[in-house]
Design a protein around this ligand. Structure first.
Ligand code: COA
Length: 324
């Protein structure tokens, strides 16, 4: 089915508080050189004590409205992609809908972790192309610092907070050339945050609220499964990776992204990330990277972008998009 959904605006926001690798050295036994060598991350932002995922999301929406001549009064669906909502219920999307007074908008949260934003775009494209909605706000927002275990040096060096928002509208000339979603739930115990249950597929889980990760397993999974996923997305559109102007993967770890590019024979120079100064911001990382690419003058109207999210679930999802 031809896409009838076009991305017409983008906005982003990161909290003011900068946390460098040197700051982390004071919290756990780590060092700037190790973090940069293993991950490519130099610093990240942490939300303040009273700043939550809905606050970051609203700032990203305000940024979108300031930069584009777009009203949101007629938005008819809000999709928030997050694994760090401030409430288990209501959904962050409902809370934002209420705070912004968007009376005609439905609201739904998607928890597909670091694949969240691309899952959100998949849903928005489907809902609009099917004729069910006309104007959808898709937001990727996280306050991961609130669910990070700062005694675990293998995970706490990775994560940061931030938010990105895109407006997706009905248009005969849709942006989406192809889209796919994958879930590999049988591998879920490699990256989880637990509230109620301490067992998963026979694995005993650490019963705590923070994120727990088997970094090596997630790394191995990503570098093997993402290249095949990228190919599946471009194949579906009858494109090739050579036609892609910018590859925008989830900003998990630069070493991992280098390995994914090498396996896909895709030039790392044509890859955009947000991780150097924002760390791994899960569902926010892809819109943050797209927005950085726009601000740096790299992404131009008509460029073909390959977005690919991957992470907890384990889940992954990607789209080939014509920008502008
Ligand atoms: N600072 C300094 N040393 C550290 C450290 C830190 N923050 N974390 C671990 N180390 C040490 C370990 O103790 C170990 O030391 P040893 O060899 O003396 O035992 C060594 O570094 C290697 O540890 P290991 O856990 O095997 O590291 P790694 O090479 O797997 O790198 C990650 C760890 C987390 C960077 C890596 O596994 C990774 O990036 N995984 C993917 C994570 C990710 O992106 N997740 C999100 C996906 S959405």
């Amino acid at each position: 089915m031809m896409s009838k959904a076009r991305i017409t605006a983008i906005g982003s926001y990161v909290p003011d508080n900068v946390v460098t690798n040197f700051d982390l050295e004071k919290m756990v036994d780590t060092n700037d050189e190790w973090i940069i060598r293993r991950t490519g991350i130099k610093e990240r932002r942490f939300a303040s004590e009273n700043e939550f995922t809905s606050d970051l999301s609203i700032k990203a929406i305000e940024n979108l409205m300031e930069r584009y001549d777009k009203g949101i009064h007629d938005v008819d669906m809000i999709v928030v992609c997050t694994l760090s909502p401030e409430y288990q219920t209501p959904s962050t999307a409902s809370y934002i809908q209420g705070r912004l007074g968007l009376k005609q908008a439905g609201a739904i949260d998607i928890n597909a972790a670091c694949a969240g934003f691309t899952y959100g775009l998949h849903l928005a494209n489907g809902l609009i192309t099917a004729g069910l909605h006309k104007k959808i706000l898709v937001i990727g927002a996280e306050t991961l610092s609130k669910i990070t275990d700062f005694t675990d040096r293998t995970t706490c060096i990775l994560f940061g907070d931030g938010a990105g928002a895109m407006l997706v509208e009905y248009d005969q000339n849709g942006s989406f050339l192809s889209s796919h979603v994958v879930s590999e739930g049988e591998k879920a115990h490699n990256l989880y945050g637990t509230y109620l249950s301490d067992k998963m597929f026979g694995h005993e889980l650490e019963h705590k609220r923070q994120l727990v990760q088997n970094g090596r397993e997630v790394y191995k999974w990503a570098v093997t499964s993402v290249p095949s996923g990228m190919k599946a997305v471009v194949d579906k559109a009858e494109f090739s990776l050579q036609d892609v102007d910018w590859f925008i993967p989830h900003s998990a770890n630069l070493r991992m992204i280098e390995s994914i590019c090498e396996k896909s024979s895709y030039p790392i120079e044509k890859t955009l990330t947000s991780l150097e100064y924002h760390g791994n911001t899960s569902a926010a990382s892809i819109p943050l990277a797209v927005d950085l690419g726009i601000k740096e003058g790299k992404i131009k109207e008509g460029d073909y972008l390959l977005l690919y999210g991957f992470g907890g679930g384990l889940s992954r999802s990607g789209q080939l998009i014509k920008w502008g």
